[in-house]
Design a protein around this ligand. Structure first.
Ligand code: CTP
Length: 475
């Protein structure tokens, strides 16, 4: 990566406007942070542009807004000394260079004006402290006092200051370090990792929303296990997702062992990341076994069991989402459903696959049956190649049968072919328990494959069932 000039990063006309505005105010200004990092990494075309002014960021923002066409919206955050302009698809953030020190009990900094270098050294990582000059005299020059470019080349996350200071200043950075390591496939410098471990309990002063933001970004990566195992290694995971760390370990009694469900879970998450971008399905993979810690038992005759862990796990999903202030909406319900049903297709894949078992699966999973299959396929982590092949083949068969059964029987969003009203009319009944019994029997007969999911067949079945219950058709 050439150190010299990076004018080509600043080709967008917006940078000339920024430069002119700063010049008129007689302040130095620089593009800093993610934009410069991502430009040097050739990571797409960043839309967020952070600008630091050695002077007032707010004044610079006002001047820029004045010069831009279309009267762009400017938001000023006086307390923080920052301002933001949305311009087309660009988001410009302005801040005055500052030296900061933090209150130990919150993430709020006391801010004092500073030089560019003072501002750079208070930033989180050397790769995020890179600045490009917008000043006329050295437009496009890279200012890299902490060797961020070398760290980009060496793929290393390092802090500009002693890591203990950087992380203690803002504990969210512990999660950011791990998230960047996962996104960029970088290594976190050893003393940084040690500092995170030492400061881990300070994660408690960070808001749940920010923590979940970082977790989501880790889960969205191609290999989330990089971040998850770093969260575990540093001890942060105990504070964030103790339900997961509770799964770690292998116990052995009388020569019988169970698998380590923590490391298994990480494999499942990596597997599913290869087949879906759906964040909530990735969450389901992360949480699919959490019910195993509280349900684990050893029985002399049958060995280890995790009885009803899917049910307990799905209940735990609600508590976990609530604790982390995550949405308690249909996304949460989806994750619950996936956890609750996570073993269903596996039972099918281990045995002979019958039509009626598949029909029941489709009936219960509804529109989420494909997602459920994706989860179960990701759950195959056996190292035994024969078993691996057998399970994969069986899942292929289950998938084929799902399509076949669905084309024929339409049970995915099951609507009873005979209504309660029709049953009442036919047998001249008032609302009564017989109606429910007949309706349930029709549903069962369809799921069992005794009758097709069709009106005529269902009506004939209804007549027979009613007569068996001692009812007589209305004359
Ligand atoms: N920053 C920091 N400490 C934080 C958050 C941010 O020092 N806790 C600084 C870094 O210099 C960072 C810049 O502010 O580059 C902008 O932060 P942000 O927009 O959150 O992140 P980016 O680095 O731009 O990366 P991404 O958009 O991928 O989050």
């Amino acid at each position: 990566m050439p150190q010299q000039n990076h004018k080509q990063a600043l080709q967008n006309p917006i940078f000339n406007i920024l430069s002119e505005a700063a010049d008129e105010l007689n302040v130095e200004s620089y593009v800093i942070g993610g934009f410069v990092r991502d430009y040097l990494l050739k990571r797409g075309n960043p839309k967020d542009i952070d600008v630091v002014a050695v002077g007032s960021g707010i004044e610079l923002a006002k001047k820029v807004a004045h010069k831009l066409s279309g009267n762009p919206k400017i938001s000023v955050f006086k307390n923080f000394g920052t301002a933001m302009i949305k311009h087309g698809d660009l988001e410009l953030e302005f801040v005055g260079a500052r030296k900061e020190s933090y209150d130990r009990n919150s993430r709020k900094p006391f801010v004092e004006d500073g030089t560019l270098q003072e501002d750079q050294e208070r930033r989180d990582f050397t790769i995020n402290a890179l600045a490009l000059s917008l000043n006329k005299s050295n437009f496009g020059e890279l200012l890299d006092p902490f060797n961020g470019v070398i760290d980009l080349e060496d793929k290393i996350i390092r802090t500009p200051l002693e890591p203990g200071i950087t992380y203690s200043d803002d504990p969210l950075r512990m999660m950011r370090a791990i998230r960047f390591a996962t996104q960029l496939d970088f290594v976190i410098e050893l003393k940084s990792l040690q500092a995170i471990t030492e400061n881990k309990e300070r994660i408690q002063i960070v808001s749940k929303e920010r923590i979940v933001d970082e977790l989501n970004k880790i889960l969205a990566c191609p290999k989330p296990s990089i971040g998850l195992s770093l969260l575990h290694k540093t001890g942060l995971l105990d504070y964030i997702l103790p339900e997961l760390t509770a799964l770690e370990g292998i116990e052995e009694i009388e020569g019988q062992r169970h698998k380590d469900n923590f490391w298994h879970t990480l494999e499942v998450v990596d597997n599913i990341a290869k087949t879906t971008e759906n964040l909530w399905l990735r969450w389901a993979a992360l949480l699919h076994d959490i019910g195993k810690a509280p349900t684990k038992k050893f029985h002399k005759k049958i060995g280890w069991t995790f009885h009803a862990h899917e049910f307990i796990g799905s209940k735990m999903v609600y508590k976990l989402f609530k604790r982390l202030r995550m949405p308690l909406n249909d996304k949460m319900k989806f994750v619950q459903k996936m956890v609750l049903m996570s073993s269903r297709p596996i039972v099918l894949a281990e045995e002979f696959v019958t039509d009626s078992a598949v029909r029941r699966l489709v009936f219960d999973a509804g529109d989420f049956v494909d997602d459920l299959m994706t989860l179960c396929e990701a759950d195959i982590t056996t190292k035994n190649p024969k078993k691996q092949k057998k399970y994969k083949n069986n899942f292929k068969m289950v998938r084929a049968k799902i399509i076949e059964v669905e084309e024929r029987d339409h049970v995915r969003n099951f609507q009873p072919p005979i209504s309660g009203e029709e049953i009442m009319n036919f047998f001249d009944l008032k609302p009564s328990k017989e109606i429910g019994i007949i309706k349930a029997a029709i549903k069962e007969a369809i799921l069992e494959g005794e009758i097709p999911n069709e009106y005529e067949a269902a009506k004939e079945f209804m007549v027979q069932k009613g007569i068996k219950l001692g009812l007589t058709p209305k004359p």
